[in-house]
Design a protein around this ligand. Structure first.
Ligand code: 13P
Ligand code: SF4
Length: 370
């Protein structure tokens, strides 16, 4: 439902942001229990070329032939080790094409990855994504080994807010439900009533049946949600460092050069950018739009690996490529995924007291039917 007037109140960070430390390295418990494996050979030869040829077919539109001899030995070794370890790779839509198409067992947006994490029977989950996604998988699978191939794969939204900030918000707005975007630490989730992602934020906000909700930490997501509901939103001044860089002017230039172009924007974009778009939705909603509507020409106003991944599956659609890379997502590479499976690192471990409360917020979201 469209709101008659935008009702958003935005608050700023209460603690100095530099104070948020990197996540703790894993304790090495999984490696001690399950053992470290020998590093497989990474030679490029005829056998590797033949075995990986069908996988190269999937990415040949976006991976030049000269790069494949570098990727292929890793692809083969990772797919072999996944079987040996009974592991799965859950990869976000922003992962590079060789990860997304050649080693991932499941790909999707944040909500789909969280749902998949509740279903897997594997012993080990390797998260092709950023740290908050790995924490979400761990919250939903406390007894499984969850690995993040690079601990530094953070998120500017997750580091914009702390658990202490959420407690202060609760003091300031007593009784107002707290909805936290999944792009947050477990500590922040633990202070929340429920989580949301960009694909279910409106439904989650409306699920309380109240007229005011705190929706943090993405100010722009909150502003977009406020255009879709009559619930008053109290927001936080966190931004995605990738999406905040797009401008309405650049989108107008795309439109001027081809009035038929379809512009799809992620809700983490600034409001004036969203206003220029033909469609706004989560990463998977954007992919669905392209696959089902097959526009002649499309601009995906989001992290730029998405266009590569969708292009590999939708020949005939022309992609205009504003290329903003997420430096955190790009920390995950084939060599690091391989090391993760060999050495079982970095294992995601969450303080049990925080985990219990954070799990409730994530499970409430996953259980909502949307
Ligand atoms: P999605 O849930 O739409 O995949 O978004 C996650 C994200 O981090 C976007 O920047
Ligand atoms: Fe975080 Fe933005 Fe990267 Fe998504 S694209 S993980 S919101 S920094």
């Amino acid at each position: 439902m469209a709101a008659t007037a935008l009702q958003v109140e935005t608050l700023g960070p209460a603690t100095p942001r530099g104070a948020i430390p990197l996540p703790r390295p894993g304790s090495g418990a999984a490696a001690r229990r399950l053992g470290v494996l020998p590093m497989p050979s990474l030679e490029w030869n005829e056998t590797v070329a033949r075995a990986t040829a069908p996988l190269y077919e999937r990415v040949k539109a976006v991976v030049p032939p000269v790069e494949w001899p570098f990727f292929a030995p890793y692809v083969m070794a990772i797919n072999h080790l996944k079987k040996e370890r009974n592991a799965v790779i859950l990869a976000h839509n922003y992962q590079t094409p060789e990860i997304y198409n050649c080693v991932a067992d499941f790909v999707g947006d944040s909500l789909q990855l969280a749902r998949e994490a509740t279903k897997t029977e594997a012993d080990i989950i390797v998260q092709g994504g950023v740290h908050f996604m790995a924490e979400t998988s761990k919250l939903l699978n406390p007894d499984k080994v969850v690995l993040i191939p690079d601990l530094r794969a953070g998120c500017s939204l997750a580091s914009s807010i702390t658990g202490a900030d959420v407690r202060l918000l609760r003091e300031r707005f007593p009784g107002v439900p707290v909805v936290t975007y999944v792009n947050t630490s477990a500590e922040v989730k633990a202070e929340s009533d429920i989580c949301c992602t960009s694909s279910n934020a409106v439904a989650v906000v409306e699920s309380f049946g109240v007229d005011k909700v705190i929706l943090i930490p993405d100010e722009f997501l909150a502003r977009w949600v406020a255009t879709q509901t009559s619930v008053k939103i109290i927001a936080w001044k966190g931004h995605c460092e990738v999406h905040e860089r797009f401008t309405a002017e650049e989108l107008r230039r795309y439109r001027d050069s081809d009035p038929g172009v379809q512009i799809l924007a992620h809700p983490e974009c600034p409001p004036d950018v969203i206003a220029e778009a033909d469609f706004t939705g989560s990463t998977s909603a954007m992919i669905h739009f392209v696959k089902s509507k097959r526009p002649k020409k499309v601009v995906m106003v989001t992290e730029c690996s998405m266009a590569d991944n969708v292009q590999a599956e939708t020949p005939g659609v022309e992609f205009v490529r504003p290329c903003n890379l997420c430096p955190h997502m790009k920390r995950i590479t084939l060599p690091k995924i391989l090391e993760s499976l060999v050495y079982l690192r970095e294992e995601v471990e969450i303080d049990p007291l925080i985990a219990e409360r954070a799990r409730r917020a994530v499970e409430r979201m996953v259980q909502l039917k949307n």
